[in-house]
Design a binder for this molecule. Structure first.
Ligand code: HAM
Length: 412
Protein backbone atom coordinates (compact mmCIF):
# COMPACT_ATOMS: atom_id res chain seq x y z
CA UNK A 1 0.00 0.00 0.00
CA UNK A 2 1.36 3.40 -1.01
CA UNK A 3 0.75 6.57 0.95
CA UNK A 4 -1.37 9.29 -0.66
CA UNK A 5 0.45 11.76 -2.95
CA UNK A 6 1.47 14.93 -1.15
CA UNK A 7 1.40 13.26 2.29
CA UNK A 8 4.45 12.35 4.33
CA UNK A 9 5.79 9.54 6.48
CA UNK A 10 7.97 10.69 9.37
CA UNK A 11 10.62 8.18 10.48
CA UNK A 12 13.11 8.37 13.35
CA UNK A 13 16.71 8.98 12.24
CA UNK A 14 18.86 7.59 10.72
CA UNK A 15 16.43 7.75 7.81
CA UNK A 16 15.99 4.50 5.88
CA UNK A 17 15.28 6.22 2.56
CA UNK A 18 15.70 9.73 1.07
CA UNK A 19 12.00 9.83 0.24
CA UNK A 20 10.85 9.89 3.86
CA UNK A 21 10.83 12.74 6.35
CA UNK A 22 12.57 12.95 9.71
CA UNK A 23 10.38 12.78 12.80
CA UNK A 24 13.38 14.08 14.78
CA UNK A 25 13.80 17.14 12.54
CA UNK A 26 10.09 17.83 12.79
CA UNK A 27 10.26 17.78 16.60
CA UNK A 28 13.35 19.99 16.50
CA UNK A 29 11.40 22.56 14.46
CA UNK A 30 8.33 22.38 16.70
CA UNK A 31 10.50 22.88 19.81
CA UNK A 32 12.12 26.01 18.39
CA UNK A 33 8.74 27.39 17.28
CA UNK A 34 7.30 26.81 20.77
CA UNK A 35 10.20 28.28 22.71
CA UNK A 36 10.40 31.42 20.59
CA UNK A 37 6.62 32.01 20.70
CA UNK A 38 6.66 31.64 24.49
CA UNK A 39 9.55 34.10 24.82
CA UNK A 40 7.34 36.65 23.08
CA UNK A 41 4.48 35.95 25.48
CA UNK A 42 2.27 33.87 23.16
CA UNK A 43 0.07 31.12 24.64
CA UNK A 44 -0.67 27.86 22.86
CA UNK A 45 -4.17 26.98 21.58
CA UNK A 46 -5.57 24.38 19.20
CA UNK A 47 -8.80 23.66 17.38
CA UNK A 48 -10.39 20.77 15.48
CA UNK A 49 -8.84 19.55 12.20
CA UNK A 50 -12.35 19.25 10.72
CA UNK A 51 -14.57 22.31 10.46
CA UNK A 52 -17.89 23.19 8.81
CA UNK A 53 -17.14 23.90 5.13
CA UNK A 54 -18.82 27.27 5.51
CA UNK A 55 -16.07 28.52 7.83
CA UNK A 56 -13.71 28.61 4.86
CA UNK A 57 -15.86 29.21 1.79
CA UNK A 58 -16.62 32.89 2.20
CA UNK A 59 -13.66 33.97 4.28
CA UNK A 60 -10.48 32.75 2.72
CA UNK A 61 -10.66 33.61 -0.98
CA UNK A 62 -10.89 31.64 -4.17
CA UNK A 63 -7.36 30.22 -4.21
CA UNK A 64 -7.55 28.33 -0.95
CA UNK A 65 -11.21 27.35 -1.34
CA UNK A 66 -10.34 25.59 -4.60
CA UNK A 67 -7.91 23.50 -2.58
CA UNK A 68 -10.21 22.29 0.17
CA UNK A 69 -10.35 18.66 1.25
CA UNK A 70 -14.10 18.76 1.74
CA UNK A 71 -16.81 16.10 1.89
CA UNK A 72 -20.24 15.31 3.29
CA UNK A 73 -20.04 13.35 6.55
CA UNK A 74 -22.35 10.49 7.58
CA UNK A 75 -24.64 12.98 9.29
CA UNK A 76 -25.06 14.91 6.02
CA UNK A 77 -22.88 17.83 7.19
CA UNK A 78 -20.73 19.70 4.67
CA UNK A 79 -17.28 19.68 6.25
CA UNK A 80 -13.65 20.29 5.38
CA UNK A 81 -10.21 19.51 6.71
CA UNK A 82 -8.67 22.81 7.75
CA UNK A 83 -6.54 24.39 4.99
CA UNK A 84 -5.42 27.13 7.37
CA UNK A 85 -5.86 28.06 11.03
CA UNK A 86 -6.98 31.68 10.88
CA UNK A 87 -10.78 31.17 10.46
CA UNK A 88 -10.74 28.66 13.35
CA UNK A 89 -8.85 31.13 15.50
CA UNK A 90 -11.31 33.90 14.63
CA UNK A 91 -14.21 31.61 15.56
CA UNK A 92 -12.58 30.61 18.88
CA UNK A 93 -11.69 34.19 19.82
CA UNK A 94 -15.15 35.49 18.93
CA UNK A 95 -16.75 32.83 21.17
CA UNK A 96 -14.75 33.59 24.34
CA UNK A 97 -12.84 36.85 23.92
CA UNK A 98 -14.34 38.29 27.12
CA UNK A 99 -12.40 35.77 29.17
CA UNK A 100 -9.06 37.04 27.89
CA UNK A 101 -7.11 40.24 28.44
CA UNK A 102 -6.31 42.18 25.27
CA UNK A 103 -4.26 41.99 23.29
CA UNK A 104 -4.73 38.25 22.94
CA UNK A 105 -1.44 36.64 21.88
CA UNK A 106 -1.86 33.03 20.85
CA UNK A 107 0.09 30.48 18.84
CA UNK A 108 -0.62 27.02 17.43
CA UNK A 109 1.12 24.33 15.37
CA UNK A 110 -1.72 22.74 13.38
CA UNK A 111 -1.41 20.22 10.58
CA UNK A 112 -3.17 21.72 7.55
CA UNK A 113 -4.54 20.11 4.40
CA UNK A 114 -4.74 21.61 0.93
CA UNK A 115 -5.66 19.66 -2.17
CA UNK A 116 -3.11 21.35 -4.37
CA UNK A 117 -0.77 20.24 -7.11
CA UNK A 118 2.25 18.72 -5.44
CA UNK A 119 5.47 20.64 -6.18
CA UNK A 120 8.71 21.68 -4.51
CA UNK A 121 7.81 23.27 -1.19
CA UNK A 122 4.10 22.55 -1.59
CA UNK A 123 2.46 19.36 -0.35
CA UNK A 124 -1.09 18.33 0.48
CA UNK A 125 -0.44 18.50 4.19
CA UNK A 126 1.97 20.56 6.20
CA UNK A 127 2.48 21.78 9.73
CA UNK A 128 2.22 25.51 10.18
CA UNK A 129 3.38 27.64 13.07
CA UNK A 130 0.70 30.31 13.56
CA UNK A 131 1.11 33.30 15.85
CA UNK A 132 -1.64 35.89 16.03
CA UNK A 133 -2.25 39.04 18.02
CA UNK A 134 -5.84 40.14 18.52
CA UNK A 135 -7.24 43.40 19.87
CA UNK A 136 -4.53 45.93 18.94
CA UNK A 137 -4.53 48.37 16.02
CA UNK A 138 -1.20 50.07 16.75
CA UNK A 139 1.59 49.27 14.25
CA UNK A 140 3.70 48.35 17.31
CA UNK A 141 1.78 45.05 17.16
CA UNK A 142 2.75 44.51 13.52
CA UNK A 143 6.40 45.18 14.38
CA UNK A 144 6.24 42.79 17.35
CA UNK A 145 4.89 40.02 15.17
CA UNK A 146 7.45 40.58 12.42
CA UNK A 147 10.18 40.54 15.06
CA UNK A 148 8.83 37.15 16.15
CA UNK A 149 9.08 35.83 12.57
CA UNK A 150 12.68 37.07 12.36
CA UNK A 151 13.68 35.68 15.76
CA UNK A 152 12.05 32.34 15.01
CA UNK A 153 14.14 31.96 11.87
CA UNK A 154 17.26 33.19 13.68
CA UNK A 155 16.70 30.54 16.35
CA UNK A 156 17.56 27.98 13.66
CA UNK A 157 20.84 29.75 12.87
CA UNK A 158 19.54 31.60 9.78
CA UNK A 159 20.89 35.13 9.32
CA UNK A 160 20.09 38.30 7.37
CA UNK A 161 22.11 36.76 4.54
CA UNK A 162 19.76 33.79 4.40
CA UNK A 163 16.32 35.39 4.48
CA UNK A 164 14.44 38.64 4.16
CA UNK A 165 11.00 39.86 5.21
CA UNK A 166 9.22 41.53 2.32
CA UNK A 167 6.94 44.10 3.90
CA UNK A 168 3.97 45.63 2.14
CA UNK A 169 0.51 47.02 2.77
CA UNK A 170 -2.84 46.59 1.15
CA UNK A 171 -3.60 50.16 2.24
CA UNK A 172 -0.86 51.41 -0.08
CA UNK A 173 -2.39 49.44 -2.96
CA UNK A 174 -5.88 50.54 -1.98
CA UNK A 175 -4.80 54.21 -2.29
CA UNK A 176 -3.08 53.47 -5.58
CA UNK A 177 -6.23 51.78 -6.89
CA UNK A 178 -8.57 54.50 -5.65
CA UNK A 179 -6.46 57.41 -6.93
CA UNK A 180 -6.07 55.65 -10.26
CA UNK A 181 -9.85 55.57 -10.59
CA UNK A 182 -10.33 51.84 -9.89
CA UNK A 183 -13.82 50.47 -9.35
CA UNK A 184 -14.13 49.66 -5.59
CA UNK A 185 -16.19 46.55 -6.37
CA UNK A 186 -13.24 45.09 -8.31
CA UNK A 187 -10.54 45.86 -5.76
CA UNK A 188 -10.00 42.22 -4.74
CA UNK A 189 -9.59 41.26 -8.41
CA UNK A 190 -6.87 43.89 -8.63
CA UNK A 191 -5.18 42.50 -5.47
CA UNK A 192 -5.22 39.01 -6.97
CA UNK A 193 -3.59 40.31 -10.13
CA UNK A 194 -0.78 41.96 -8.09
CA UNK A 195 -0.40 38.71 -6.10
CA UNK A 196 0.18 36.81 -9.37
CA UNK A 197 2.57 39.35 -10.99
CA UNK A 198 5.69 37.36 -10.15
CA UNK A 199 4.32 34.11 -11.55
CA UNK A 200 2.13 35.27 -14.45
CA UNK A 201 3.29 36.12 -17.99
CA UNK A 202 3.59 39.95 -18.43
CA UNK A 203 1.07 40.15 -21.28
CA UNK A 204 -1.45 38.24 -19.17
CA UNK A 205 -0.99 40.73 -16.29
CA UNK A 206 -1.13 43.63 -18.73
CA UNK A 207 -4.44 42.40 -20.11
CA UNK A 208 -5.98 41.91 -16.68
CA UNK A 209 -4.71 45.26 -15.40
CA UNK A 210 -5.98 47.19 -18.40
CA UNK A 211 -9.44 45.66 -17.88
CA UNK A 212 -9.25 47.25 -14.43
CA UNK A 213 -8.10 50.60 -15.84
CA UNK A 214 -4.36 50.33 -15.11
CA UNK A 215 -1.16 49.54 -16.98
CA UNK A 216 1.62 47.15 -16.02
CA UNK A 217 4.17 49.97 -16.34
CA UNK A 218 2.22 52.05 -13.82
CA UNK A 219 2.10 49.16 -11.38
CA UNK A 220 5.79 48.32 -11.85
CA UNK A 221 6.74 51.94 -11.28
CA UNK A 222 4.85 51.97 -7.98
CA UNK A 223 6.61 48.76 -6.90
CA UNK A 224 10.04 50.05 -7.95
CA UNK A 225 9.58 53.32 -5.99
CA UNK A 226 8.80 51.27 -2.84
CA UNK A 227 8.01 54.37 -0.83
CA UNK A 228 6.90 53.28 2.66
CA UNK A 229 3.56 54.57 3.94
CA UNK A 230 3.58 56.31 7.35
CA UNK A 231 2.40 53.08 8.94
CA UNK A 232 5.17 51.03 7.32
CA UNK A 233 7.74 53.69 8.26
CA UNK A 234 6.62 53.31 11.87
CA UNK A 235 7.13 49.53 11.69
CA UNK A 236 10.55 49.94 10.06
CA UNK A 237 11.68 52.27 12.85
CA UNK A 238 10.41 49.92 15.53
CA UNK A 239 12.35 47.03 13.99
CA UNK A 240 15.44 49.20 13.48
CA UNK A 241 15.39 50.02 17.21
CA UNK A 242 15.75 46.29 17.89
CA UNK A 243 18.67 46.02 15.46
CA UNK A 244 16.58 44.11 12.90
CA UNK A 245 16.80 46.59 10.02
CA UNK A 246 18.82 44.27 7.79
CA UNK A 247 16.12 41.62 7.82
CA UNK A 248 13.44 43.69 6.19
CA UNK A 249 12.66 45.48 2.93
CA UNK A 250 9.62 47.26 1.53
CA UNK A 251 8.27 45.25 -1.38
CA UNK A 252 4.86 46.15 -2.78
CA UNK A 253 4.94 43.08 -4.99
CA UNK A 254 3.71 41.22 -1.89
CA UNK A 255 -0.03 41.55 -1.38
CA UNK A 256 -0.97 37.98 -0.30
CA UNK A 257 -3.60 35.75 -1.87
CA UNK A 258 -5.99 35.34 1.05
CA UNK A 259 -9.15 37.43 0.92
CA UNK A 260 -9.32 38.64 4.51
CA UNK A 261 -6.18 40.80 4.77
CA UNK A 262 -6.92 44.46 5.36
CA UNK A 263 -3.63 46.34 5.84
CA UNK A 264 0.01 45.46 6.47
CA UNK A 265 1.06 42.19 4.83
CA UNK A 266 4.44 40.47 4.72
CA UNK A 267 6.23 37.35 3.57
CA UNK A 268 9.56 35.76 4.49
CA UNK A 269 11.72 34.50 1.62
CA UNK A 270 15.20 33.03 1.30
CA UNK A 271 17.58 35.67 -0.09
CA UNK A 272 18.67 33.58 -3.04
CA UNK A 273 15.09 33.11 -4.17
CA UNK A 274 15.50 29.33 -4.45
CA UNK A 275 12.42 28.43 -2.43
CA UNK A 276 8.77 29.34 -2.07
CA UNK A 277 7.68 31.62 0.79
CA UNK A 278 8.87 30.48 4.23
CA UNK A 279 6.14 32.41 6.03
CA UNK A 280 3.38 34.87 5.33
CA UNK A 281 0.90 36.97 7.23
CA UNK A 282 -0.66 40.33 7.87
CA UNK A 283 -3.57 42.27 9.31
CA UNK A 284 -7.12 41.03 9.05
CA UNK A 285 -9.13 43.58 11.01
CA UNK A 286 -12.55 42.43 9.75
CA UNK A 287 -12.40 38.64 10.01
CA UNK A 288 -13.48 38.24 13.64
CA UNK A 289 -16.47 40.47 12.94
CA UNK A 290 -17.33 38.58 9.76
CA UNK A 291 -17.12 35.16 11.41
CA UNK A 292 -19.07 36.21 14.51
CA UNK A 293 -21.86 37.61 12.34
CA UNK A 294 -21.09 41.13 13.58
CA UNK A 295 -21.24 40.24 17.30
CA UNK A 296 -17.54 40.73 18.07
CA UNK A 297 -15.37 43.32 16.39
CA UNK A 298 -11.65 42.98 17.08
CA UNK A 299 -8.64 43.98 15.00
CA UNK A 300 -6.19 41.17 14.40
CA UNK A 301 -2.96 40.19 12.69
CA UNK A 302 -0.81 37.11 12.46
CA UNK A 303 1.38 34.89 10.35
CA UNK A 304 1.83 31.27 9.33
CA UNK A 305 5.21 29.57 8.84
CA UNK A 306 5.22 26.12 7.24
CA UNK A 307 7.56 23.26 8.08
CA UNK A 308 8.18 22.17 4.45
CA UNK A 309 10.08 25.15 3.01
CA UNK A 310 11.78 25.79 6.34
CA UNK A 311 13.15 22.26 6.39
CA UNK A 312 14.35 22.50 2.78
CA UNK A 313 16.13 25.75 3.60
CA UNK A 314 17.74 24.43 6.81
CA UNK A 315 18.95 21.36 4.93
CA UNK A 316 20.37 23.48 2.10
CA UNK A 317 22.24 25.70 4.57
CA UNK A 318 23.52 22.74 6.64
CA UNK A 319 21.69 23.97 9.73
CA UNK A 320 20.03 20.73 10.79
CA UNK A 321 21.78 19.00 13.68
CA UNK A 322 22.46 15.26 13.68
CA UNK A 323 19.80 13.47 15.64
CA UNK A 324 20.59 10.34 17.64
CA UNK A 325 18.62 8.20 20.05
CA UNK A 326 19.25 10.57 22.99
CA UNK A 327 19.60 7.65 25.40
CA UNK A 328 21.60 8.34 28.57
CA UNK A 329 22.27 4.87 29.93
CA UNK A 330 22.38 1.27 28.77
CA UNK A 331 21.95 -1.31 31.52
CA UNK A 332 23.85 -4.46 30.64
CA UNK A 333 22.33 -7.67 32.01
CA UNK A 334 25.11 -10.22 31.80
CA UNK A 335 23.90 -12.60 34.48
CA UNK A 336 20.21 -13.49 34.05
CA UNK A 337 20.03 -14.18 37.81
CA UNK A 338 20.42 -10.39 38.20
CA UNK A 339 17.65 -9.47 35.71
CA UNK A 340 15.03 -8.75 38.40
CA UNK A 341 17.26 -6.40 40.37
CA UNK A 342 18.43 -4.79 37.11
CA UNK A 343 14.80 -4.13 36.13
CA UNK A 344 14.31 -2.36 39.46
CA UNK A 345 17.42 -0.25 38.75
CA UNK A 346 16.14 0.58 35.23
CA UNK A 347 12.77 1.54 36.67
CA UNK A 348 14.32 3.82 39.31
CA UNK A 349 16.71 5.50 36.85
CA UNK A 350 13.84 6.25 34.45
CA UNK A 351 11.80 7.63 37.35
CA UNK A 352 14.77 9.90 38.13
CA UNK A 353 14.58 11.25 34.57
CA UNK A 354 17.25 9.25 32.72
CA UNK A 355 16.58 7.70 29.31
CA UNK A 356 17.50 4.05 29.83
CA UNK A 357 17.74 1.16 27.38
CA UNK A 358 18.51 -2.54 27.91
CA UNK A 359 18.04 -5.90 26.22
CA UNK A 360 14.52 -7.29 26.63
CA UNK A 361 15.74 -10.87 26.21
CA UNK A 362 18.95 -12.68 27.24
CA UNK A 363 21.87 -11.66 25.02
CA UNK A 364 25.65 -12.00 25.03
CA UNK A 365 27.40 -9.15 26.86
CA UNK A 366 29.38 -8.03 23.78
CA UNK A 367 26.15 -7.80 21.76
CA UNK A 368 24.64 -5.63 24.50
CA UNK A 369 27.73 -3.41 24.56
CA UNK A 370 27.61 -3.03 20.80
CA UNK A 371 24.01 -1.87 21.08
CA UNK A 372 25.04 0.59 23.82
CA UNK A 373 27.66 2.04 21.45
CA UNK A 374 25.17 2.30 18.59
CA UNK A 375 22.83 4.22 20.86
CA UNK A 376 25.71 6.56 21.84
CA UNK A 377 24.81 6.36 25.53
CA UNK A 378 27.00 8.30 27.94
CA UNK A 379 27.14 5.44 30.46
CA UNK A 380 26.64 1.72 30.79
CA UNK A 381 25.70 0.10 34.08
CA UNK A 382 26.07 -3.56 34.84
CA UNK A 383 24.94 -5.31 38.04
CA UNK A 384 27.93 -7.09 39.55
CA UNK A 385 26.00 -8.70 42.38
CA UNK A 386 22.71 -8.04 44.12
CA UNK A 387 24.46 -5.21 45.99
CA UNK A 388 26.81 -3.45 43.54
CA UNK A 389 26.82 -2.07 40.02
CA UNK A 390 29.72 -1.18 37.72
CA UNK A 391 29.26 2.13 35.91
CA UNK A 392 31.31 2.91 32.84
CA UNK A 393 31.67 6.36 31.36
CA UNK A 394 31.80 5.67 27.63
CA UNK A 395 33.85 8.72 26.63
CA UNK A 396 36.78 8.05 29.00
CA UNK A 397 36.15 4.35 29.69
CA UNK A 398 36.55 5.19 33.41
CA UNK A 399 34.73 2.75 35.65
CA UNK A 400 33.41 3.01 39.15
CA UNK A 401 31.67 0.50 41.42
CA UNK A 402 28.73 1.75 43.49
CA UNK A 403 25.72 0.53 45.44
CA UNK A 404 22.43 0.24 43.50
CA UNK A 405 20.86 3.19 45.29
CA UNK A 406 23.91 5.31 44.57
CA UNK A 407 24.15 4.57 40.80
CA UNK A 408 22.34 7.70 39.63
CA UNK A 409 24.89 9.93 41.42
CA UNK A 410 27.64 8.64 39.12
CA UNK A 411 25.98 9.54 35.85
CA UNK A 412 27.15 13.14 35.68
P1 HAM B 1 -0.31 31.04 3.72
O1 HAM B 1 0.56 32.04 3.02
O2 HAM B 1 -1.34 30.34 2.93
O3 HAM B 1 -0.95 31.81 4.95
O4 HAM B 1 0.63 29.97 4.40
C1 HAM B 1 1.68 30.35 5.25
C2 HAM B 1 2.91 29.47 5.01
O5 HAM B 1 2.55 28.09 5.12
C3 HAM B 1 3.52 29.58 3.62
O6 HAM B 1 4.42 30.66 3.54
C4 HAM B 1 4.22 28.24 3.49
O7 HAM B 1 5.47 28.24 4.20
C5 HAM B 1 3.30 27.30 4.23
N1 HAM B 1 2.42 26.57 3.29
C6 HAM B 1 1.24 26.97 2.79
N2 HAM B 1 0.71 26.04 1.98
C7 HAM B 1 1.57 25.01 1.97
C8 HAM B 1 1.60 23.74 1.33
N3 HAM B 1 0.62 23.33 0.53
N4 HAM B 1 2.66 22.93 1.55
C9 HAM B 1 3.66 23.32 2.35
N5 HAM B 1 3.68 24.50 2.99
C10 HAM B 1 2.66 25.34 2.81
C11 HAM B 1 -1.91 31.28 5.78
O8 HAM B 1 -2.21 30.13 5.80
C12 HAM B 1 -2.47 32.31 6.75
N6 HAM B 1 -3.63 31.69 7.41
C13 HAM B 1 -1.41 32.73 7.74
C14 HAM B 1 -1.90 33.70 8.75
C15 HAM B 1 -2.06 33.50 10.08
N7 HAM B 1 -2.32 34.94 8.50
C16 HAM B 1 -2.72 35.50 9.63
N8 HAM B 1 -2.56 34.61 10.62
Amino acid sequence: MERLPGFRDFYPEPLPHPDVWSADARQFIFDKWRTTAKRYGFREYDGPPLEPLELFTTKSGAEIVGQLYNFTDKGGREISLRPEMTPTLARMVAAHERNYKKPIKWFAIPQLFRYERQQKGRLREHFQFNADLIGETDPAADAELIALVIDTLRAFGLTAEDFVIRLSSRNAWQDFFKHGGGDAAREYEFFQCIDKLERAAPDESEKKLSSLGFSLAQVNEFIAAGKPTAELENILQNLAARGLKDFIKIDYQVIRGLAYYTGVVFEAFDRKGEFRAIAGGGRYNNLVKLISGGKVDLPALGFGMGDVVLLELLKARGLLPKFDSQMDVFVVIEDEALRAISLKLIYDLRAAGFAVEYSLTPAKADKQLKRAQELKVAHTIRAESDAYVRIRKMSSRDEVVAGFADAANHLG
